[in-house]
Design a protein around this ligand. Structure first.
Ligand SMILES: Cc1cc2nc3c(=O)[nH]c(=O)nc-3n(C[C@H](O)[C@H](O)[C@H](O)COP(=O)(O)OP(=O)(O)OC[C@H]3O[C@@H](n4cnc5c(N)ncnc54)[C@H](O)[C@@H]3O)c2cc1C
Length: 403
């Protein structure tokens, strides 16, 4: 068995360039965006243009590349490297970058050529208004249990009529279109699923509540309401023939194989930020250094945080590398998400603990407090930690030889 993966010179250079930008431009504004519950559009526009010139797909929120694009954009590996760097500066920014966002992978993976042209075409003109895409799977009664969605779809001539509610949708209110998952009959489970691209302004499609979140406040999270919303049949992702099998559900799952390593990388960016903060605190705290036993224990603790973050990063890079090679990576994607989330959450909690009572004084350590709020969701969205562990254990039970 060969175990190998590599990152290219181009990808490393891209990471260095983004690292500098993140340190000098993003991190200094992170707290202000958190307080304002958003990033100014001017900044997003400039940043998106800069991203295009640097060729980074993460910064354009491309999420998964067409074959042949990888050399130029860095592919999935380039995306996760950039994602960690930007999240180190501000994780909320990554979620609000203009582009198809989480809606990109299902359109790219399951859309017809005509649909790809129509729905991705709107992102080409960077001089016009900023545009976003979104991904609407979660419902009030169906989060982890994706098969349990209740949003209904009924064919009516050249249209489909959709009714239901989607919740916690990133960029849902501002998106020009959202990939909405619905069912022709809940009793059919996954086989009954259909995916539609629903465009903003379609009668019967409206925005409900905008959530006030604990963390990632710069990112918009919205509820979407569909009331007998008539969607053109041409917007059924992939066309009717695609749904003779379980393809609708597979469309949702394929998205996760690409995006879970990206989410893991974002978590690692926040975890690394907290880890470096705590390390600096210990390094500059002379009183702590004089107390040798306590210092040694804390140094050992920092070493453990650092190596867990590093191990999770290697797993994440490999999951992305496999995606770039066209290798099945569902297990590795779930492992990276489960491990990245946990390592980063531990890093954020322990960074505060290492600083002692001082670490809980939000006035003096606002970033520590923000990272503590931001990180928890990384073990919840894109499949909770428990769900990742179920996916991993199922794979292990059926495919032991994969190790
Ligand atoms: C900031 C944010 C952004 C989001 N963006 C999007 C988006 O853009 N699009 C979208 O579609 N969704 C989005 N989501 C929703 C997210 O994907 C769901 O919250 C997530 O899938 C979990 O679903 P749930 O909240 O319904 O929790 P539940 O599924 O109700 O889970 C509750 C608890 O039960 C556990 N649990 C559930 N089932 C099992 C099981 N079988 N075994 C063991 N434990 C189990 C879970 O791990 C969890 O701890 C977003 C959420 C947040 C917070």
């Amino acid at each position: 068995m060969t175990i190998e993966f590599s990152v290219s010179k181009r990808q490393l250079e891209m990471r260095e360039a983004i690292r500098g930008l993140t340190k000098n431009v993003i991190r200094p504004q992170s707290l202000a965006w958190d307080r304002a519950h958003g990033v100014p559009e001017d900044f997003l526009r400039n940043f998106a243009q800069l991203a295009t010139s640097m060729g980074s797909s993460a910064m354009r929120s491309g999420l998964g590349e067409e074959k042949g694009q990888q050399e130029k954009t860095g592919g999935n590996v380039g995306t996760i490297m950039a994602s960690e760097e930007i999240a180190w500066g501000d994780a909320g920014l990554l979620l609000c970058l203009p582009g198809p966002g989480l809606g990109g992978p299902p359109v790219r993976g399951s859309g017809t050529d005509e649909q790809k042209e129509r729905f991705f075409g709107i992102f080409k003109d960077m001089s016009g208004p900023l545009r976003w895409g979104a991904y609407g799977l979660t419902e009030p009664g169906a989060g982890s249990d994706v098969a349990g969605i209740r949003t209904s779809c009924r064919k009516d001539g050249d249209y489909w009529a959709l009714s239901g509610r989607k919740c916690y949708i990133t960029n849902g209110a501002r998106a020009s279109w959202t990939v909405i998952f619905a069912t022709i009959d809940p009793a059919l489970g996954r086989a009954g699923h259909r995916a539609f691209v629903v465009e903003k302004g379609t009668p019967g499609f409206s925005v409900g509540r905008i959530e006030e979140k604990m963390g990632l406040r710069a990112s918009e999270t919205a509820e979407l309401v569909l009331e007998d919303c008539r969607v053109p049949a041409a917007n059924l992702l992939g066309g009717e023939e695609k749904y003779q099998t379980k393809e609708g559900f597979m469309t949702a799952m394929k998205t996760f194989d690409n995006t879970r390593p990206i989410v893991a990388a974002m978590a690692l960016g926040i975890g690394r930020a907290a880890f470096e903060y705590a390390t600096d605190f210990v390094r500059s705290n002379y009183a702590l250094q004089r107390h040798t036993p306590r210092y040694a224990a804390i140094a050992e603790r920092l070493a453990r945080i650092g190596r867990n973050l590093h191990a999770a990063r290697m797993m994440t890079w490999r999951a992305a590398f496999m995606a770039d090679q066209g290798m099945p990576n569902a297990k590795e994607a779930s492992m990276s998400k489960a491990m990245g989330g946990q390592a980063a959450i531990r890093a954020c909690i322990e960074a505060i603990e290492v600083c002692g009572a001082e670490g809980t004084i939000a006035k003096d350590h606002q970033l520590l407090e923000k990272w503590f709020r931001d990180i928890k969701v990384y073990d919840i969205f894109e499949g909770t930690g428990q769900i990742q562990r179920i996916v991993i254990s199922k794979r292990i039970m059926t495919d032991l030889r994969a190790f």
